[in-house]
Ligand binder design. Structure first.
Ligand SMILES: CC(C)(COP(=O)(O)OP(=O)(O)OC[C@H]1O[C@@H](n2cnc3c(N)ncnc32)[C@H](O)[C@@H]1OP(=O)(O)O)[C@@H](O)C(=O)NCCC(=O)NCCS
Length: 210
């Protein structure tokens, strides 16, 4: 089903430039490519790979999901929540290999409201060290400004997570300050976070080219 709420929100803001908003397949069929990556909506069959990813200690720490242990049922419901864009407040994509289709990570815009959003991400351990997250963040952000009509996207990460700071920098998210003890992460402790953001009007010299 098409995400009517998402469209209505952005119809009002004269967004979706160049798009036919009556195209009932628009939202669910968004597929974005960049180099060897394909960003696509989540599917049920991603659940086993998501189960394994959400058990990774670094993801448990820096992308806490709340709740109890991650089993097959939890993973399936995680995938289904992210595949359902009907509330109009998030756009969640699986980051996959354009070569073999394997799951490499997750990137999502959430808290979409009135031209603003936040972005979050993780990569599976085997995919790290290849700038997968930075490239996925860059691609989804560029699409959100160009096609969704967003104006500002924020990115927060714990100061204690320097790899995530590199992702932000390389995807053109400028540092705007430090939020003190602003978020409780997986170990239950509150951490200082860096706030980064990109505006649609920022000039971004894409620094991800290798
Ligand atoms: C953070 C994360 C998303 C980065 O994924 P990635 O795209 O695979 O990124 P890379 O492994 O290419 O690393 C990004 C950069 O961080 C650097 N980096 C990695 N580990 C680092 C560390 N411990 N200290 C400093 N820099 C580090 C890398 O050298 C790389 O730098 P470069 O861009 O200059 O080459 C991934 O490591 C991850 O999912 N971690 C666990 C969950 C998490 O942190 N999620 C983000 C929550 S905000």
């Amino acid at each position: 089903m098409v995400s009517t709420a998402l469209k209505e929100r952005f119809d009002n803001a004269a967004a979706w430039p160049g798009r036919d908003v009556s195209d009932s397949g628009l939202v669910e069929h968004v597929h974005l490519t960049t180099e060897d990556l394909l960003l696509r909506p989540w599917r049920d069959e991603d659940a086993p790979a998501v189960r394994d990813a959400l058990r990774d200690p670094a993801i448990v720490q820096w992308n806490p999901q709340g709740g109890g242990p991650i089993d097959d049922e939890v993973a399936l419901s995680w995938v289904r929540r992210r595949a359902d864009w009907s509330a109009g407040d998030h756009v969640s994509m699986a980051v996959t290999s354009a070569v073999d289709g394997g799951l490499l990570g997750s990137v999502s815009l959430h808290r979409i409201h009135d031209g603003d959003a936040s972005i979050g991400y993780w990569t599976v351990p085997a995919a790290r060290g290849r700038q997968v997250a930075g490239r996925a963040v860059l691609r989804l952000t560029d699409w959100a400004f160009a096609d969704l009509g967003l104006h500002r996207v924020e990115l927060c990460h714990a100061v204690a997570n320097p790899a995530s700071c590199r992702v932000a920098d390389r995807a053109g998210y400028r540092a705007e300050g430090t939020l003190r003890e602003s978020y409780r992460y997986g170990d239950g402790r509150r951490y200082d976070e860096h706030l980064h953001a990109r505006l649609a009007t920022d000039r971004v010299g894409h620094r991800l080219t290798r």
